[in-house]
Design a protein. Structure first.
Lengths: 256, 221
């Protein structure tokens, strides 16, 4: 029945057009198959994009940093706080050195504040303890997907900024540790957030070595890997500093 | 054989196949991310019940090579995923085709009749439009699950800036839990979808590629 119908001129023309369209669509489908096949192959190889795509993925990561920093991050919104009774039974810690980083001479330790500042500083833990104290119980979010609630106390980074008076050109801070070459770069807005602190205490006790004694950076608005432990210096700069994990491909902003 | 009917607009075909590719990338990079901490709950517990506690998925199911690589894939593909979803929704609304696709209260009776047919409780296939009511139910719910996947994803991506959303979904670990379950909903939907295509209406595969349908259920034209 269909064949006899096709004999009519109009139908034949229609059918010819359709055949043409089918050919084009078939070509598109083959292309789709190639793309899909490549995607499965990519998955099969645990592919990170290779030399061709990896840089593009990092470009998108920078775009996501921009969205996180300029659109989603609020300088005034506070992370939810908890009661000390809600603390998690444990909070894992890590360092990148082969042994836990410990100071040979804790009394000689100083936090050096420098770079684009009017007043470079060298602060002892006692100096920091004499400054206004911030304490809170908050949820810690690790990039791996785990979370844990703990209490922290220390001095707000904004209080340090007030004392060292950075130049207008200073847009970033680099936090450097004595845990091998571990460091992090922060944007000024995140550093100035009221919950961003230099912590010298955890769960009502002095900061333990496993968690970065004598001083670590802490903020409930960042992923754990941005919170430099075993601090030795903070340096203000106009250029965006890298970081230990950030240079290996982890998101730079890591604000949550 | 019945005559060909125009079935799928190019927007539907492009968004359909683009979703296949992007969703495959989201799921495989997601499984690589999951491996970094393969359970749900604050450290020290209690943990959400899950058959996948401590699970490691086969290499061929994981994209990214390691956590950072997988995160970069996941956070790059989230843009096209949302763009495709919005483009498809805009087409449905703009063309009025949502009427043929979205499951509405009036479809309940038809869905029961359709279920009876599949259960052999009625002999004849109920009359239907472009999609039967059970298809409408499936396609409407998978779109809603897609929306939920995006919302639970945002809740664990920015649990402080979007704290209201994270709280609405039961907190960070609960949102992470539901985000993970979406994987199995998409996998189950896809398997059922593909099996039904080949078992019931193979002509619909060609229709999703070329736009033209030449099969058993052309009744909407």
């Amino acid at each position: 029945m269909n064949d006899s119908k096709r004999l009519s001129g109009q139908e034949a023309k229609h059918s010819g057009e359709r055949a043409k369209r089918l050919r084009i669509d078939r070509r598109a489908f083959v292309r789709l198959g190639v793309a899909g096949g490549t995607a499965s192959l990519a998955a099969a190889c645990g592919w990170d994009g290779g030399n061709a795509l990896r840089p593009r993925l990092l470009d998108v990561s920078r775009l996501n940093d921009w969205v996180g920093e300029k659109i989603l991050f609020s300088t005034t919104r506070l992370a939810r706080t908890y009661s000390p009774a809600e603390r998690s039974a444990m909070l894992p810690s890590y360092f990148v050195s082969s042994k836990m980083p410990m100071l040979a001479n804790p009394a000689a330790w100083r936090l050096r504040v420098g770079g684009l500042v009017a007043q470079p500083l060298e602060l002892t833990v006692e100096d920091l303890m004499r400054m206004p104290r911030t304490s809170y119980t908050v949820k810690h979010h690790c990039v791996e997907g785990w979370s844990a609630i703990a209490s922290w106390h220390g001095v707000a980074v904004s209080a340090i900024v007030e004392r060292c008076r950075p130049a207008a050109a200073a847009r970033y801070i680099e936090f450097v540790s004595f845990d091998s070459d571990y460091s992090n770069g922060w944007d000024m807005a995140s550093a100035m957030h009221p919950q961003t602190i230099l912590a010298y205490g955890m769960n009502d006790n002095p900061l333990p070595p496993a968690h970065g004694a004598p001083l670590r950076l802490y903020s409930p608005t960042k992923l754990g890997y941005k919170m430099t432990k075993y601090l030795v210096s903070m340096t203000f700069s106009a250029q965006r500093p890298g970081g230990y994990w950030e240079d290996q491909g982890y998101p730079w902003f890591a604000g949550i | 054989m019945s005559a060909s009917v125009r079935r799928h607009h190019w927007v539907v075909r492009v968004t359909h196949w683009a979703t296949v590719i992007v969703l495959a990338g989201m799921i495989t990079s997601g499984l690589q991310i999951y491996e970094a901490y393969a359970r749900f709950g604050n450290r020290g517990g209690p943990f959400f019940p899950s058959p996948f506690d401590g699970a490691r998925f086969p290499t061929w199911t994981r994209l990214g090579g390691w956590l950072a690589g997988a995160l970069n894939w996941h956070f790059a593909l989230m843009w096209p995923l949302v763009a495709i979803g919005l483009a498809y929704l805009a087409y449905l609304v703009g063309s009025g085709e949502w009427r043929a696709l979205f499951f509405r209260p009036r479809d309940v009776r038809g869905a029961i009749e359709m279920a009876k047919y599949y259960l052999r409780l009625r002999p004849d296939h109920p009359p239907q439009g472009k999609h039967n009511p059970l298809q409408k139910l499936a396609y409407t719910s998978i779109y809603l699950f897609g929306t939920l996947a995006v919302l639970t994803g945002l809740a664990i991506y920015k649990p402080v800036q979007l704290a209201w959303l994270t709280a609405l979904l039961g907190g960070f670990q609960a949102a992470r839990y539901w985000h993970f379950w979406m994987v199995w909903i998409f996998v189950a939907f896809t398997l059922t979808h593909v099996i039904l295509v080949f078992a019931v209406d193979p002509a619909s595969l060609r229709a999703m590629i070329t736009g033209w349908y030449r099969g058993r259920f052309p009744s909407h034209e």
